[in-house]
Design a protein around this ligand. Structure first.
Ligand SMILES: [Zn+2]
Length: 240
């Protein structure tokens, strides 16, 4: 079993009381988390690199690292740390918002945050990181017709592939909203894996189009973080 970490933003948190403030992890916390993993002999890997471990074809001390939405502050604050340690990671981009912002959040009172531009996304890929899809418009797939959902899922893959001139195989369901139809459309679109917001470790028997993740929040203490990553401990606890 493999933990796949779920991050959103790496930056200074917004003012107290801001919705989803907890989803912004401070750069110094992120650096501490990654360095501790490295010190303990773990490697942080993108979805592309970790799938053989998820499927049980390879074994090792590995942790999946994913970021939702493609925030600019991940390029600024996380990329240098990942590079320093030789880790890879996946960021799930919202194609129509490259160079834009988290417009889908505004309604809920969440503060604007810049998303990576096309050039920054290309740089993310050029530095060995993975570009995954988070649809064209951050769509809630379970609210769409099959035709609309297919346009979001397949269209985003084709557009991202032409923008980075490389295959795109990782998908992430916006809001974690998915069902059997959405999973099937993701598979048919040619992706090889998809992550949800369901909490848990990924197991060899899991549907690769419904992989659970381990959320890391601003308040996640370093000891709790390491406990979440050290799968043997988690599994032992589960068996008790
Ligand atoms: Zn999202």
């Amino acid at each position: 079993m493999v933990p796949i970490l779920m991050y959103h933003q790496i930056g200074e948190p917004g003012p107290k009381g801001t919705p989803y403030r907890s989803l912004t992890v401070h750069p110094s916390s992120f650096r501490r988390q990654m360095r501790w993993l490295h010190r303990l002999g773990y490697r942080g890997l993108s979805m592309r690199d970790i799938m053989p471990y998820v499927r049980g074809e390879r074994r090792g001390r590995v942790v999946g690292i994913t970021f939702d939405d493609g925030y600019r502050n991940v390029h600024q604050n996380a990329l240098p740390v990942l590079r320093e340690l030789g880790f890879t990671a996946t960021n799930y981009f919202v194609v129509r918002q490259l160079g834009g912002g988290n417009v889908w959040d505004y309604e809920g009172g969440v503060a604007h945050s810049d998303l990576m531009s096309l050039e920054e996304m290309r740089d993310w890929a050029a530095q060995g990181m993975e570009v995954g899809s988070h649809t064209l418009n951050h769509a809630r797939l379970t609210d769409l017709s099959a035709e609309q959902a297919r346009a979001e899922i397949t269209g985003s893959r084709l557009e991202l592939e032409s923008l980075i001139e490389a295959p795109v195989t990782a998908f992430c369901y916006p809001y974690g909203a998915e069902n059997a139809q959405a999973r099937e459309l993701v598979r048919l679109a040619g992706y090889t894996n998809a992550t949800t917001t369901q909490p848990g470790l990924a197991h060899a028997g899991d549907d690769p189009f419904g992989l659970p993740r381990v959320m890391v929040a601003r308040s996640t203490h370093i000891l709790r973080f390491l406990q979440k990553c050290m799968t043997q401990l988690e599994e032992k606890k589960r068996k008790k």
